[in-house]
Design a binder for this molecule. Structure first.
Ligand SMILES: Nc1ncnc2c1ncn2[C@@H]1O[C@H](COP(=O)(O)OP(=O)(O)OP(=O)(O)O)[C@@H](O)[C@H]1O
Length: 263
């Protein structure tokens, strides 16, 4: 369903600042697969999401969605198949606009018909129903400015709005990291429900290993631009946080040994 094939990405090539962000990444997700992505800082996790969404182009390799090569398709056109939620609760919604205006805009996303701020009665009913599923009481606050909501409420709203264009793929970039534990748990629960409800093929980056083990159907670990561990559902269900740390040390250690041998 989502096929990332032999993708390489280097920033500032040939300069002292050269950074190899992705090194020959092959990642294939079946429809409905929910992959959690963990790894060290600078491992390339966000770059994979950026290349999938079309925000960045790979230097080599391809991205295909449902068998269609989208490598050169710009992000605004890919937005019709891809929903994305960022770490910053402020990033996914416009604070000075109301909840219903934000939702209306999200509904038009990917359709290139310009901003549609007009909210019809039918739309408002739909928004109310959708908001009820969040169980945050937002269905009674359609005309409240989004800037007045808490971070958790905004992330829940962003998650809901990310599904409005009927995407096939959901990209989550540490979307619970800026929330307190209680709100992070709420948004985690809503994430699992949303992925199930819309059968979304999902990539979720997180620094929380416990969350990465609990959510999703598969787990990948990245380091230095490579996927160094890929666990299926069964392997993931038997894995622990301690086990993940041990795997990381083992693989990292092996890489360092390789390098030592080359010197
Ligand atoms: N737009 C950019 N310009 C230059 N370098 C970049 C850019 N985006 C990422 N990089 C570099 O590419 C490498 C991978 O970055 P990326 O953000 O994908 O890592 P990450 O695994 O998401 O890290 P973190 O967990 O710290 O967010 C890093 O060395 C980073 O500095």
């Amino acid at each position: 369903m989502l096929d990332i094939t032999n993708v390489n990405k280097t920033f500032f090539p040939g300069t002292v600042n050269e950074r190899k962000a992705l090194r020959g990444i092959d990642l294939h997700l079946a429809a409905g697969e929910f992959v959690t992505v963990i790894g060290s800082n600078g491992a390339g996790k966000s770059t994979i999401l950026n290349i999938t969404s079309g925000k960045m182009r790979p230097d080599t390799g391809t991205v295909s969605i449902d068998g269609k090569d989208v490598t050169k398709m710009p992000d605004h056109r890919r937005a019709q198949f891809i929903g994305r939620v960022f770490q910053d609760p402020m990033a996914g919604s416009a604070p000075t606009m109301t909840i219903e205006q934000n939702m209306s805009m999200a509904l038009e996303r990917g359709q290139r018909r310009g901003l549609a701020l007009g909210v019809t009665k039918a739309k408002r009913e739909r928004f109310r129903e959708e908001l009820k599923s969040l169980e945050l009481g937002l269905e009674d606050r359609l005309k409240a400015k989004v800037g007045l909501l808490s971070g958790g409420q905004r992330q829940a709203l962003s998650l809901l709005m990310a599904t409005f264009s009927g995407p096939k793929i959901l990209l989550l970039d540490e979307h619970t990291a800026a929330l307190d534990p209680q709100r992070a748990a709420l948004v985690s629960r809503l994430t699992a429900e949303t992925v199930d409800r819309f059968r979304l093929t999902t990539l979720m980056v997180t620094h929380n290993m416990e969350q990465a083990l609990r959510l999703g159907t598969r787990l990948i670990m990245m380091h230095d631009g490579r996927i160094i561990l890929d666990l299926n559902q069964e392997q993931k269900s038997k894995m622990t946080v301690h086990g993940l740390l041990q795997e990381f040390e083992k693989i990292k250690g092996a890489q360092l040994d390789d390098r030592t041998m080359l010197q």
